[in-house]
Design a protein around this ligand. Sequence first.
Ligand code: FES
Ligand code: FE
Length: 382
Amino acid sequence: MIIEQLTEPLPGSLMPTLSGSYYHDPAVFALEQERIFEKSWMCVVHAADLAKPGDFKLVQVGREQLIITRNRRGEARAYFNVCRHRGMQVCTTESGNARRFQCGYHAWTYDLDGKLIAAPNLTKMPDVDKDTYGLQTVAVREWLGYIWVCTAEEPPSFEETVLGDVVDRVGEVENLDHYGVENLKLGRRIAYDVQANWKLIIENFMECYHCATIHPELTNVIPQFADGWAAQTKVNSGGVFGEDVEGFTVDGSAGVTKLPQIAPDQDRTYFAITIRPNVFINMVPDHVIVHRMFPTGPKRTYVECDWLFLPDVVDQGMDIDKSVQLFDLVNQQDFDACEKTQPGMESRLYAEGGSLVPAEHHISEFHDWLIKTISPNAQATA
Ligand code: FES
Ligand code: FE
């Protein structure tokens, strides 16, 4: 596997993509797992999925399976799902509520803070120090109503690598804060098992050159997307609703209650940002759509997409179907394109890669970041 150097573009010229092997080679995927997913802050669980102390969910981050839970004080906690005795998975249920985690092999038992609290014959084994043999803790943060984790031994600064990145990226959007994402409520979640490399999904999300071809419903709502440019800035994109469009819905009909703090220029506008390595956020006047990607193999990615609305909208059972339908269709169209692109990555015709047209040039910044991050000497920072 060759770590390649991308060349600077001539204005208006084509730029090279990564070569095909980046999208299917298990060796590349192994490097990505080790140096990106296991070293970056990853957005894993919506806070409401763990509403009460003891609620837990298993998630896969890189090669590691983690238990995400809340302790008795309601604080988010994350642990490697590996028993400190002989390594069995301590928790074998996908999600639920627990007062403690007991390993099914020899019954070592851990509390919600990961502390070893019981083991058979513990009093006869003075070497087994309860404080030393707790579950291995993983760094945790809560932000935007989601729980983020980092499995690195020395996690990079969340402020610099996630918040700093977003502030940079949302420069034009200004005010992700206006959407109050952390106060919104989950209205709908749809999961997609996509048979494509995770980078194809990110690259697809970063450009709208394909919008006119595959997104008729979206371009009806945001006509400027049909020209393929999408008011695209370096790393994020936005678009204004068409004249007759009342809301970000599958048929352009009115949506639900608008978010109260959005600025006037956000009132009929769509904004999208990516937070490396696994989050996309779409913001429209009455809801926010959050995608979390979990790469599960070189050619497979599990995506969970959440539609978030004002709590009243969800609690009162307002009709969100048309809002959900629009981006569910967009997702299906995008993921179908990614799945039909995946086989081409292994063609000998793509051994040297393909081309980025000028409207896609910002994708090369993602490629540069990827190469830098998985290079042998890289200090991975996402
Ligand atoms: Fe967990 Fe033995 S492996 S108690
Ligand atoms: Fe798309």
